[in-house]
Design a protein around this ligand. Structure first.
Ligand SMILES: *Cc1c(COP(=O)(O)O)cnc(C)c1O
Length: 615
């Protein structure tokens, strides 16, 4: 790829933005509208200055007076060209200084990512056997294709069937508990069943319920069983009222929950909508990125709040402007939970829709013990929540691609539906974002639930919860002292963030001088553990699954973490050590993202990563 391409494109975008902005000023009506908008923003958009109507009128007039001569000048002196020339020149000179360093950094990163994704020799073999250049003219037999795959995976062919145990190396590591989250079980009996069910329903599509009546039933089975996990057994009334749909994953469930709440707000606030007002969503900063995706996709104003206390004051500030408030049980970064009783009170006072994200907690949540911080579990029988998202493909142990979104009643659910009544293709409606849907996955989810059964969901959940508590306890109370060369010892260098009690433990150094990403690299390079990096503040988390919730892994992880810390302190106390040269990708990337000088390039780094996925 032409390295200058992005830069050139960036410049041309800046030019377009400038021209668009300046041509916006070419009519005085628009200036007037602008002044109204500015004063409107001043009036409504900030909580520091409250303008009265009289002030507003004065501000309006002032802006019109100030901007009018400016506008005249622009037209007469061809101000447009002069200004854009000046700004462009400034940007070019500014860009050049940094761009070289930047593009070499990004290029280095790209090479590393590609190496990582295409894992050593495999890429060449893959490319040779499955080339990108033009699709094969003639059909290739199934046997032949399997043989090729076996060659890439370096596996000898047996009985014409790929055994699950014969996993590519990278997947094998994950199956031994070295990966945070990602793979939730390694039950070969279940995987065998899932593959067979998938095969039977492989042509299925929920878009055609008339064609696939059994699939429709199994799809409904998944929703009904999920309702059973999130309502009380003896509460028939609620069980009957709660309803939902399956989606392609947690993100889609969350997108739909936010979309339906937005649609409901628009429906109930037609005048505000006509005036261009947007609904607001109040989010805890620990909520999943999918909520920010929803704000982005559906044009919802998002207000992030740091603590529960300020959450309540923010909600009382915005009241009628709010389409949805969100809590997570547990959240992704720290595996901690919000106080649901408090949220319930809030919803009682303000009558605002409330989503509880149980994507992660999914089928563990019903078995979590109540404690001081967890006063009540997410449950439609006990709480006034509007919707709950539950990932069947996490601790439901189904194949990836199925999640459930539950609503407290069908009134709330209908706002998620899409309806096109006058489409040339006929009356069209769909309950989720997708059109055609892979029904086989819903069937797999249904059979997975039955294969496991309630008692095993309970058993697996308890094992995962116990592992979580054990790792938390080790970091907080049981870690042995770390001896340094100069006879000093370090006691409990790490701290656990919050008080996790479900399936994730997040931790970081107590001292802000240490670099947790470098520790993560040691854990990965020397011990094979792949934990998830977090930021603001820098930290790591380990999401436990059935694969990692074993005695053997707990002991191995404790030992690895301790030894990684020993190596860490040895390295950083070495006078010749330099983090810049000794650390790898993660530390470097988060170093870049965190430094004020290059803050703007974190999004470029993400783009580079995403670009790599399709190379
Ligand atoms: C995983 C997760 C999601 C999103 O799920 P995907 O299936 O990855 O789209 C949402 N919320 C939380 C808390 C999660 O852990």
């Amino acid at each position: 790829m032409d390295e200058n391409y992005i830069q050139k494109q960036g410049l041309s975008d800046i030019k377009t933005i400038l021209i668009n902005t300046l041509s916006f000023f070419t009519s005085s009506t628009e200036i007037f509208i602008l002044t109204i908008t500015i004063s409107y923003k001043l009036y409504y958009g900030n909580s520091y200055f409250k303008f009265s109507n009289k002030d507003l009128l004065i501000v309006n007039l002032l802006f019109t007076f100030l901007l009018y001569p400016f506008y005249k000048k622009m037209v007469h002196l061809n101000f447009k060209i002069a200004l854009s020339g000046f700004i462009l020149k400034y940007i070019v000179s500014f860009k050049n200084k940094e761009s070289l360093e930047l593009s070499t950094e990004l290029q280095k990163m790209k090479t590393n990512i590609l190496n990582d994704i295409h894992k050593d020799g495999q890429l060449a073999k893959l490319h040779e056997l499955f080339p990108f250049e033009e699709l094969n003219e003639e059909a290739i037999s199934g046997d032949e294709l399997l043989k090729k795959l076996y060659t890439v995976l370096d596996i000898k062919m047996k009985n014409n069937d790929l055994l699950f145990e014969e996993q590519p190396y990278s997947q094998k590591k994950a199956l031994q508990g070295f990966l945070s989250g990602g793979i939730y079980h390694n039950d070969t009996g279940l995987i065998d069943l899932q593959s067979k069910i998938y095969k039977i329903f492989i042509l299925g599509n929920q878009l055609h319920p008339d064609c696939f009546p059994i699939l429709r039933y199994l799809d409904t089975f998944v929703v009904k069983q999920t309702i059973n996990f999130y309502t009380d057994r003896d509460d028939e009334v609620t069980r009957k009222k709660v309803c939902g749909m399956t989606t392609s994953g947690g993100t889609e469930s969350i997108l739909l929950a936010c979309l339906s709440a937005r649609n409901r707000w628009y429906y109930l606030n037609p005048v505000q909508r006509a005036l261009g007002r947007k609904p607001k969503m109040i989010l805890p900063e620990t909520c999943h990125a999918a909520f920010f995706k929803a704000c982005n996709y559906f044009d919802i104003d998002c207000i992030t709040v740091k603590s529960s206390e300020s959450f309540f004051s923010v909600v009382s500030n915005y009241k009628n402007e709010i389409s949805l408030i969100v809590s997570s049980f547990p959240n992704f970064p720290y595996g901690t939970t919000e106080n649901l009783s408090k949220f319930n009170e809030l919803v009682g006072i303000y009558d605002i829709p409330w989503h509880i994200d149980c994507c992660l907690g999914s089928f563990i949540n019903p078995f979590v013990s109540l404690s001081d911080s967890i006063g009540v579990l997410p449950n439609f029988s006990k709480l006034k929540c509007t919707s709950i998202s539950v990932d069947t493909h996490k601790y439901g142990y189904s194949a990836k691609g199925v999640s459930v979104l539950l609503f407290k009643d069908s009134y709330s659910r209908q706002f998620a539906y899409f309806k096109q009544t006058n489409w040339v293709g006929g009356l069209y409606g769909s309950p989720t974002l997708a059109g055609s849907r892979p029904g086989a996955l819903a069937a797999v989810a249904a059979f997975t639930m039955m294969y496991i059964g309630y008692k095993n969901y309970e058993k697996y959940s308890k094992e995962i919860i116990e592992t979580t508590l054990a790792i938390k306890k080790y970091i907080k109370e049981e870690m042995e002292d770390i001896a340094l060369k100069n006879d000093k010892v370090i006691k409990f260098p790490l701290k656990v963030i919050g008080d996790p009690q479900i399936c994730v433990v997040a931790f970081t150094f107590k001292s802000s001088n240490e670099n947790i990403y470098y520790l993560s690299e040691i854990l990965s390079k020397e011990f094979g553990y792949n934990l998830s990096p977090l930021q603001n503040p820098p930290a790591l988390h380990y999401a436990l699954t059935r694969v990692s919730a074993t005695r053997e892994n707990i002991d191995r992880f404790k030992k690895s973490l301790y030894q990684a810390l020993e190596i860490y302190y040895k390295k950083i106390n070495d006078p010749n050590f330099s983090l810049k040269t000794d650390s790898g990708d993660t530390a470097a990337l988060y170093g870049i993202a965190g430094s004020t000088f290059t803050r703007g390039i974190a999004d470029k780094a993400i783009e580079t990563f995403l670009d790599c996925l399709y190379e």
